[in-house]
Design a protein around this ligand. Sequence first.
Ligand SMILES: *Cc1c(COP(=O)(O)O)cnc(C)c1O
Length: 393
Amino acid sequence: MRTTELGINSRLVHGGYHPDATGAVTVPIYQSSTFAFRNAAHGAALFAGEEEGYIYTRIGNPTIRALEESVAELENGAGGIATSSGLGAVSTLYMGLLECSAHMVSTASVYGPSRGLIEKHFSRFGVEASFVDTSNLDSLLQAIRPDTRLVYVETPSNPAMQVTDIAGAASIAHDHGALLAVDNTFASPYLQQPLKLGADVVLHSVTKFINGHADIVGGIMVAKDDEVLRLLRGVMVDMGCNMDPHQAFLVLRGLKTLGLRVERAQAGAQAIAQWLEAHPKVESVRYIGLSSHPGHDLAKRQMRGFGSMIAFELKGGLEAGRQLMNNVKLATLAVSLGGVETLIEHPASMTHASMSKEARDAAGFADGLVRYSVGIEDADDLIADLEQALETV
Ligand SMILES: *Cc1c(COP(=O)(O)O)cnc(C)c1O
């Protein structure tokens, strides 16, 4: 069924599904590494791209294809490319769109390893990157050089929760002959569709909201046009960053409830953020659903809702944050985010430990910042949990 005319929750349930001969209601796991050709001419036609079909799972697989089609439809792109992990998508993107001596401009407070990949590895091939606060479009514009090939934006960003104007970033990139890629992991396609706002590529760590159940790692990329899609697919296949069919099956299962999970988690996050903001031991709260957040109005324009990621700092700084993390009982002390269970972590010593203190300061987050990913538990229980933990601080 063509689902492009349907509402987003209908598309989440039905997107990408093509019934097979058995009539299976969910997409089966095609756990096969290779696919038989009808005859030699058929094999040759598949390799030449003259006929649609499957050859070998690194190149394509029906379970993986269903996920790719579903997310591509949600993101309004030409097609999707599922990858082994979110970083598999990021590395495929860099490999496909940068070359020796190319320059990239990136949001300073991106996911730590998205930055580390450039600083530790692509730098060996002469790739340079400027990490700037892209929530300020003037800083983005000033960082552009004649050799800038790619503008890479994460919004909302991790963990500083800065919001970048995607349409504004797209016009700056395009005016200077660069492409815009957006890491849409924190928002998910349910809350934000960057390609509609002018981005050329959107990517996700599906480990987070899209799968939502903390049981696999995976990634996906969607390109707006066919040419970029073909280029990136070729790189993914040649580097072997493919997803596995069983992984794709679990992600398809998680995807169906994305809308329900996101709506519930963000309602909880709004209540928790307001409660935290009023707490005497809390120094500051960054939640884009609060009118005190500098990106609140922009988020209202370019997102359908504010999501469920909160970052906050206690008056007692890092030591107080550590005490809090050691004393929560319902929230789990773990990295990752976007699952049904609430997670708490400390970016400066965990997810962003690879960044220098100067880089963290420049990216706009203090050592005392705690990141809280709200799950779908009862908000009252989460607040009671935070309350008892804050009493120990
Ligand atoms: C987790 C994450 C990634 C990396 O994804 P993996 O699935 O862990 O490889 C990239 N970007 C953001 C914003 C993330 O949260």
